[in-house]
Design a binder for this molecule. Structure first.
Ligand code: KG4
Ligand code: ZN
Length: 349
């Protein structure tokens, strides 16, 4: 039997069980992460962040990210197994993010997971990073089942999704240009804040008030899409023009004004998506899901609209491998086939 035939056979024996162990890998950007999961339970989740390495460059340098994944992945794997109290032999399936993300960074996780799956003769599950973020909600709310509305707000993607089933999702609203996290990071840079800018703006905004008037794209439109390039450019121009006139920006107020606007449109459109679809459960996912204004605003707006709002803890909003393990578990339940050893990284997945 070939490796793939054996994988299919092994995966079929897992489909009706919920007690098997998954070793999951995530290396799409600047976190090397490995986790061991069982069903919707996380036995261990180890994250080696490269933030300090990339800080001095003001953003993620792809080749440096790949190199540091290669350096860290083996020891992080051993740590994840140790923390879960299991060995390679106990693992039933391997899961890995194969997109979206940085090509070189993804390839480290994909290659390592493929080598391991082949050597250990375990089925390999190829996971979509974005679906992984959505799956993070199942960790903090293990009884959650579709349908639900999910606001996915990360550094690379911004979507309002109607999740009918884990393998059936509809986009109800999406960004027409920049992702919201990207806008946070760019505005932070203009304000002289370090990378990653989102958490820095979040902190600074708490000290300010939304005194600057900033534009909202698509105001009054029927669709639920949004745009961040106009908002970002407005902040950049405001800072440049104020400096050119010899004036001074109030950074706390500008951070607060930007954050209020950037999160306000997401909150309004997500609530509207829930109303239009008649779905009363709302979930949050992605790194920007750690933002205080977004979390508070969505909770309040959800209560007003009689919706149940589920917020995963901040540590599950940003990149981690536990969400990839849960994603693989849900995909297996939905009938996914094991990946072949020709599995490639797909940066634009
Ligand atoms: O999901 P994630 O960890 O990686 C991607 O898949 O992109 O998201 C990273 C993004 C970055 O843009 C970061 O600045 C943003 O999430 N972020 C935040 C906060 N924490 C992380 N944005 C706003 N407020 C935060 N507290
Ligand atoms: Zn992510």
């Amino acid at each position: 039997m070939t490796y793939l035939e054996k994988s299919k056979e092994k995966l079929n024996t897992l489909r009706n069980r919920n007690d098997y162990l998954i070793l999951a890998f995530e290396s799409s950007c600047d976190e090397t992460a490995v986790a061991v999961t069982r069903g919707r339970e996380v036995l261990s989740s180890v994250i080696s962040s490269q933030i300090e390495i990339h800080k001095r460059f003001g953003g993620v340098v792809p080749e440096i990210a790949s190199r540091n994944h290669a350096l860290a992945i083996d020891s992080i794997t051993k740590e994840a197994l140790e923390k879960a109290g299991v060995t390679f032999d106990d693992i039933d399936a391997i899961a890995v993010t194969y997109g979206a993300g940085l090509l070189g960074a993804l390839l480290v996780g994909v290659s390592y997971a493929k080598a391991l799956a082949y050597t250990l003769e375990k089925p390999l599950i190829a996971c979509n990073h974005i679906k992984g973020h959505i799956a993070a909600n199942y960790i903090s709310a293990p009884d959650l089942e579709p349908p639900f509305i999910c606001l996915l707000a990360s550094g690379g993607h911004t979507y309002i999704l109607k999740v009918n089933a884990f393998d059936d999702m509809e986009i109800m609203g999406e960004t027409q240009d920049d992702a919201v996290g990207e806008a946070f990071d760019k505005v932070a840079r203009v304000l002289g804040l370090p990378y990653p800018g989102g958490p820095e703006i979040d902190k600074l905004a708490r000290l300010g008030k939304p005194s600057y008037k900033l534009p909202r794209a698509f105001k009054g439109e029927k669709h639920l899409n949004f745009s961040y390039s106009g908002l970002k450019t407005a902040v950049i121009n405001l800072v440049a023009n104020t400096k050119a006139r010899g004036g001074e920006i109030i950074p706390e107020d500008l951070a607060c004004s930007f954050q209020t606007e950037a999160t306000g449109v997401l909150i309004e459109n997500t609530i509207e998506a829930a109303k239009r679809s008649g779905i009363t459960t709302i979930c949050l996912a992605g790194g920007v899901g750690a933002n205080s204004a977004l979390r508070d605003g969505l909770t309040k707006a959800g209560q007003k609209a009689h919706c149940k709002v589920l917020l995963p803890p901040r540590s599950l909003c940003t990149d981690n491998a536990a969400m990839i393990g849960i994603c693989a578990y849900e995909e297996i339940k939905c009938g996914i086939e094991p990946a072949e050893l020709t599995l490639d990284a797909n940066p634009g997945l």
